[in-house]
Design a protein around this ligand. Structure first.
Ligand code: PHE
Length: 346
């Protein structure tokens, strides 16, 4: 092997390399090519191995030719690399492009629970008459839930409320929202117009019309000269607003220890219109709440002088109202959190 052989081989390698670089189709192929030609064990190195066989004065010449070739191949690789990388980047940008004008995925919006929605509606109606919403605690004491409502510890009326006791110190889960009457009377001076919505608890055998957890809305009005007529007028307006203006209503005598006199308030059956059907037990009437004039003893426990003040109170079961509103037949549906049920109320 002499100088011209080696020079020829080097030139051949250069030409081959240049063609291959120009043909490299991606960055990975180019890198492999670079390794193959210029790498430690690459083809340029192996051609240069022949250098040892040359005359000493020829060796530097070959060295300088090899260097020039290396530099031009490196340059070609760098240039091709830039082109390929730009192309790949442009391709990625194209593939990963985001259409910012595409409409977003809709957010799942919840709806008010039918019970809360019914409470809001009730509060809105009584709000028109100046009633303000208050809230009392779900864990009450025996004194406010019973004693201050004129129900002594041994009073047989306790049988009306099957109570869940929390401890032996007299704490219990309120069986109705009526203890809120006492709380409001202790907190406010007359004239009082309070609405007290909230969850109540009773020890019940659960079925379609009995639940151990349910909601009530309590109403309380205390002022000078408040009469049973005010109560009747207010409840008639409520029934009109809730069920439509043409519904007949009536008071029936009732009994509660904390009101005197006490009544049940009925609305003409909204299913049959009064002719009698299964929904109203063929009576033509639906009882929607209990009410009465606040018992003087209760006013006294509330810190008010019954000689000066009179008041009325009423309490309604929210599920009952919601049932009639939405034609729901089973109380348990409200507590099951089944979306197929809940989604029907928007
Ligand atoms: N607290 C009574 C009940 O739970 C309802 C009621 C409230 C009656 C206020 C009269 C006055 O049955």
């Amino acid at each position: 092997m002499d100088l011209s052989d080696l020079t020829r081989d080097l030139d051949a390698l250069r030409r081959e390399a240049m063609t291959a670089v120009a043909a490299a189709s991606d960055v990975a192929a180019l890198t492999a090519l670079e390794q193959d030609i210029l790498g430690k064990k690459g083809r340029l190195t192996s051609v240069l191995r022949g250098i040892g066989a040359l005359a000493p004065e020829d060796r530097p010449k070959v060295g300088s030719i090899a260097n020039t070739i290396r530099i031009s191949i490196e340059g070609a690789i760098a240039e091709r690399g830039t082109t390929l990388r730009q192309g790949e980047l442009a391709g990625r940008l194209r593939d990963e492009a985001i259409d910012v004008t595409t409409p977003g995925r809709p957010i799942r919006r919840g709806t008010l629970h039918p019970i809360n929605e019914t409470i809001a509606e009730i509060a809105e109606i009584f709000g028109r008459f100046g009633f303000v919403v208050y809230e009392g605690p779900e864990v009450e004491d025996d004194v406010r839930n019973f004693q201050m409502l004129n129900i002594a510890p041994d009073h047989p009326a306790r049988d009306l409320w099957d109570t869940l006791y929390v401890d032996v110190e007299g704490h219990l889960l309120r069986t109705h929202t009526s203890p809120g009457q006492i709380r409001v009377m202790h907190q406010e001076r007359p004239p009082i117009r309070a609405l007290l919505p909230g969850r109540c608890f009773r020890y019940e055998a659960v079925d379609a019309s009995h639940a151990s957890e349910f909601f009530q809305v309590e109403g309380l009005m205390v002022d000078e000269g408040t009469t049973m007529g005010d109560l009747k007028g207010l409840l008639e307006e409520f029934a009109k607003a809730m069920y439509g203006g043409d519904k007949r209503t009536r008071f029936r005598p009732g009994y509660y220890p904390f009101t005197e006199p006490s009544v049940a308030f009925d609305v003409e059956c909204i299913v049959c219109g009064g002719s009698g059907c299964p929904a109203c037990s063929r009576s033509g009437w639906m009882t929607i709440l209990g009410a009465g004039m606040v018992h003087p003893v209760v006013l006294q426990y509330g810190g008010l002088d019954p000689e000066r003040y009179q008041g009325f109170a009423f309490g309604m079961g929210v599920e009952r109202i919601a049932n009639l509103r939405h034609r729901v037949g089973d109380l348990r549906l409200y507590m099951e959190n089944d979306l197929r049920f809940l989604e029907q109320f928007t």
